[in-house]
Design a protein around this ligand. Structure first.
Ligand code: CP3
Length: 323
């Protein structure tokens, strides 16, 4: 998950000061940062070091990622005139460094590389609010009061996501993940009406690439079936919905990713171990499970605890429910 490296001293050493965008734009550094958690933890897949706003940043929209804050846009989208600032992404010209990082990684990794993009709604929320926001008030207002503009913003962001995901897979990524982190702030009907078409467009466009497609957000208990119906092969589950409950909603064959509460990783090991075993038990030995945190790694988490989590999952993950 996001920021696996953030709690690592070796990440802090290589990351450097300044905007994270500079580290992303430097393939040598981005390659090393992607490899660090894989080396330290022995996880079964790597996630590309990049960000959900890398594409909009690269086309010159005017967005930066402020440390401790998140993505901040100088001039938020307020009218149709702003659509011109969301020109199409041309991966080879606009983000050659991301593609070089992907190629470097595929050459070095023994495990699959997961490429990713931000989902249109979650990226749009930063562009419309101007930064992180609690209730996404401006975004919801635009949805309801200027639906054509909102749909046009999401459609342009969908095309950017298709372009970056396709290029990442063409350069060697083995799976893709669409992060709609904040879609859980929407009711099912708002999600279906205003957001799902743009995400579905992405999943449909990348289907022919033939790689697994993962769809993730938090607070999505009521949206899980829509997250699947948007076209995902794997649905990310946060820690609020037990995996067995998710399979009651999605069907017994559902492939799930999740869902240890990252905050629990701040506790003593016995409590963390119990929580890991609870996740495994609620999966019940189902083969369609990618163990993961239910959201990103917090910077305060002790890397030794995460190492123990990985070891425990490797030791016991396949045992639970096996007869
Ligand atoms: O684990 C990884 O490093 C993989 C690469 C990755 C990053 N961001 C790097 C990053 C991934 C997959 C993301 C996705 C991302 N970015 C999401 C979706 C996933 C989720 O957690 O919901 C979102 C919402 C963002 C936007 C974003 N970028 C936020 C909210 C922040 C936190 C700001 C802060 O400092 O608290 C970022 C910064 C960011 N992106 C960091 C990393 C490693 C933080 C550390 C740094 O600035 O060096």
């Amino acid at each position: 998950m996001r920021q696996a490296g953030r709690s690592l001293p070796e990440y802090k050493a290589v990351r450097g000061e300044g905007s994270i965008n500079q580290a992303i734009a430097d393939p040598e550094r981005a390659t090393e940062i992607t490899l660090q958690p894989v080396r330290r933890y022995g996880v079964d897949a790597a996630i590309l070091f990049s960000d959900i706003v890398t594409a909009v940043h690269a086309i010159g929209f005017g967005i930066d990622i402020k440390p401790g804050v998140g993505p901040v846009a100088e001039k938020p989208i307020t009218s149709t005139d702003d659509l011109a600032r969301l020109r199409p992404l041309e991966p080879e010209q606009d983000i050659p460094y991301v593609l070089e990082t992907v190629r470097n990684l595929v050459g070095e990794l023994d495990v699959p590389l997961i490429g990713f993009a931000g989902a249109p709604f979650t990226v749009a929320s930063y562009l419309i609010e101007g930064g992180p926001s609690k209730n996404k008030a401006k975004t919801k207002s635009m949805m309801l009061d200027a639906p054509d503009l909102f749909a046009a913003v999401l459609d342009r962001l969908a095309d950017q996501a298709i372009a970056t995901l396709t290029a990442q897979v063409e350069n060697g990524a083995s799976a893709i993940q669409l992060f709609d982190s904040w879609a859980g702030c929407l009711s099912p009907s708002m999600y279906e009406r205003f957001v799902m078409p743009a995400s579905a467009k992405i999943f449909e466009a990348v289907e022919s690439l033939g790689v697994p497609r993962i769809h993730f957000g938090i607070n999505t208990g009521e949206l899980l079936t829509r997250f699947r119906d948007a076209g995902a092969d794997v649905v990310g589950i946060d820690w609020l919905v037990p995996l067995d409950v998710a399979r009651e909603r999605l069907g017994p064959d559902a492939i799930l990713q999740g869902n240890l509460d990252p905050v629990i990783c701040l506790s003593e090991w016995p409590s963390v171990a119990a929580a890991v075993r609870e996740v495994l038990a609620s999966n019940g030995g189902h083969p369609g499970h990618i163990f993961n945190l239910g959201h990103g790694v917090l910077p305060e988490i002790n890397p030794d605890i995460l190492k123990q989590v990985v070891e425990l999952v490797h030791a016991e993950g396949h045992l639970v429910g096996a007869s």
